[in-house]
Design a protein around this ligand. Structure first.
Ligand code: OGA
Ligand code: MN
Length: 219
């Protein structure tokens, strides 16, 4: 009984969905420490640990589809894309929550978001991702970026902060916030607007990073 009850609890309730929508409306980004119920964050940690052990994380590239190439001078993480056809309960719960968020942002903010794509990511010790925007140059499909950190017992001195540049017009020349990638912290921002980078860490760093997408535009 308790198991089926637990599995039916949504990772994001209505109040969480509202908080996310409000942040996206203004100022367009937010950082929420301890945002998810501990059980879903814990299950995501278990999932990424399983994928690491079974060697299913692959070096991440830059660019879309077959044009994607590994550039170790830009990013050094390894990733595993969540698959909607995967029967894994944790992946399904998370994808379900992201569908709900998509629907919520469509109805409350009229955002043109229709699907979610996301990957588990592991940055090795001293890994990094240089400053970038999440919208691909040739596509406006990525509208909203959502990151969940999965690092238990992470301290500021471990590094690996997400540096989020908060002034849309000044980008990397403007002010920034450094987010410590602590277990169950959620970061959300408009993908087209906010420059960000991952600073080197002294140990390996785990996250789930994903995007709410609009319809792909040709070209
Ligand atoms: C990304 C990214 C940030 C982070 O994968 O595009 O910017 O903090 N990740 O992991
Ligand atoms: Mn990014």
């Amino acid at each position: 009984m308790s198991l089926s009850f637990r599995a039916s609890v949504a990772p994001l309730d209505l109040s969480a969905l509202n908080q996310l929508a409000q942040a996206i409306a203004d100022p367009g980004f937010a950082i929420f420490p301890n945002f998810l119920a501990a059980d879903i964050s814990q299950d995501l940690v278990t999932l990424i640990e399983e994928k690491i052990l079974s060697n299913e994380l692959k070096r991440a590239g830059i660019g879309k589809g077959i044009a994607s190439q590994v550039h170790s001078e830009i990013r050094t993480d390894s990733i595993f894309w969540l698959d909607p056809n995967d029967s894994n309960t944790t992946a399904q719960r998370w994808l379900g929550a992201m569908d709900l968020l998509c629907a919520h942002l469509r109805s409350s903010l009229f955002l043109p978001v229709h699907s979610y794509e996301g990957h588990l990511a592991r940055y090795p010790g001293s890994g990094f991702y240089k400053a970038h925007l999440d919208q691909h140059q040739k596509s406006a499909a990525r509208q909203i970026s959502i990151i969940i950190y999965l690092n238990e017992d992470w301290n500021a001195s471990d590094g690996g902060q997400l540096r989020l540049y908060t002034d849309v017009s000044r980008g990397v020349k403007g002010p920034f916030i450094d987010v410590i990638p602590r277990f169950s912290t959620l970061v959300i921002f408009r993908s087209a607007d906010f420059w960000h980078e991952v600073l080197p860490a002294s140990r390996s760093r785990l996250s789930l990073t994903g995007w709410l997408r609009g319809r792909d535009t040709p070209g």
